[in-house]
Design a binder for this molecule. Structure first.
Ligand SMILES: Nc1ncnc2c1ncn2[C@@H]1O[C@H](COP(=O)(O)OP(=O)(O)OP(=O)(O)O)[C@@H](O)[C@H]1O
Ligand SMILES: [Mg+2]
Length: 333
């Protein structure tokens, strides 16, 4: 079998990890321990403040689908990422680091008068708490011009993130990409990303799930929001009538996977997370690895659970240990 080729489209967000003090947090007026969306002016103030305090804040490329692709790359699959960054230092570093990690960064940083590169400035206080300040910037402006059908030659899998579904131009880009992927003989899927995002665009998401998506991943809140029901089983029944492969993660409880008449669960060995960031993204990586390599549905689900558990076992949103070794240890490969 040739190495499966996975293309992802998502927000390209640089994580700026800045160690800081409680006094500085207070001075900057940052509420501790939460994720706050910030505007361009505030982003500039905080970017400057962290640079003044730190010789070198750590710059780590992030974003939901980008993190999934990083995981898939580490598992040995061929990966390419479509996302928008500006030609500023953060954007150039994002593109360079993505390529260095083995994922093709398809479109070059956008030059000229554009919004700055998206960033999440993460202030880390000595107690380990993370206070995130996210500026959405240029990456949320992804549109059809960013999707070149030629990129999809040889594509086996396409993976999208619900977050980019917030704007009409993102929706149009997804439809164009799914079409190009199908023409190449590949399968297209999405992670619903967030129950509030689903709530804002319910009709559009439903059309997408019932239409071009071959597989869809959501958590309990996202699936029940999509179908506006309180009962998860009812939501999954409606989902599986709409879509070929439906996957529901349930945090510390077994994940549920439904493909046509087949329904399986993937057991989760519950742990206390060190840093809960990125569980869903790495679940997706393990799952897609399994599906792309032809593993049985239950095995693919279990691979997702193993990858997710690895990433919440340490700080940071990308895997640190060799997941294929973990898959092998459980006899999955
Ligand atoms: N406490 C836990 N122990 C072990 N595994 C966990 C735990 N919490 C989550 N996971 C793993 O992560 C997967 C995804 O978790 P969850 O259902 O919370 O997704 P999510 O809400 O999309 O996550 P995220 O916060 O990354 O968006 C689960 O299916 C499970 O495999
Ligand atoms: Mg999630």
């Amino acid at each position: 079998m040739t190495t499966p080729y996975v293309i992802g489209i998502g927000n390209a967000i640089m994580d700026v990890i800045a160690p800081t003090s409680d006094a500085s947090l207070a001075r900057l007026g940052i509420e501790k321990g939460i994720m706050q969306l910030i505007d361009r002016d505030r982003a500039e103030v905080l970017t400057g403040a962290q640079a003044a305090e730190n010789e070198k804040s750590r710059l780590v490329p992030g974003g939901s689908v980008a993190n999934t692709l990083a995981g898939l790359g580490m598992m040995g699959l061929r990966t390419a990422f479509i996302g928008r960054v500006a030609g500023d230092p953060l954007g150039l570093s994002y593109a360079e680091q993505t390529e260095a990690s083995g994922t093709v960064f398809v479109n070059p940083p956008v030059a000229g008068e554009v919004l700055p590169t998206s960033r999440s400035i993460i202030f880390v206080t000595p107690d380990g708490e993370r206070s995130m300040n996210t500026y959405l910037g240029i990456s949320a402006e992804l549109g059809t011009d960013d999707v070149n059908p030629a990129t999809f030659s040889g594509a086996d899998w396409l993976f999208l993130e619900g977050y980019l579904f917030d704007k009409d131009m993102g929706k149009a880009a997804f439809l164009k990409a799914a079409d190009a992927c199908h023409k190449a003989g590949g399968q297209a899927g999405i992670a619903l990303s967030d129950p509030f995002c689903v709530d804002r665009h319910r009709d559009g998401f439903r059309r997408l799930v019932a239409g071009p998506m071959d597989y869809v991943i959501g958590n309990v809140h996202e699936w029940t929001s999509l179908y506006q029901v309180t009962d998860l089983e009812e939501a999954l029944r409606l989902a599986s009538a709409d879509c070929g492969t439906v996957i529901c993660t349930r945090s510390g409880e077994d994940a549920i996977l439904i493909r046509g008449d087949e329904r399986v669960t993937a057991p989760v060995n519950r742990i206390v997370p060190v840093d809960a960031t990125g569980a869903g993204d790495q679940f997706a990586a393990g799952l897609i690895y399994g599906l792309a390599t032809g593993a049985p549905l239950a095995v693919a689900g279990r691979m997702g659970c193993i990858a997710a558990a690895e990433v919440i076992g340490h700080v940071g949103a990308r895997p640190e240990s060799d997941l294929k070794t973990a898959f092998r240890a459980e006899g999955l490969i």
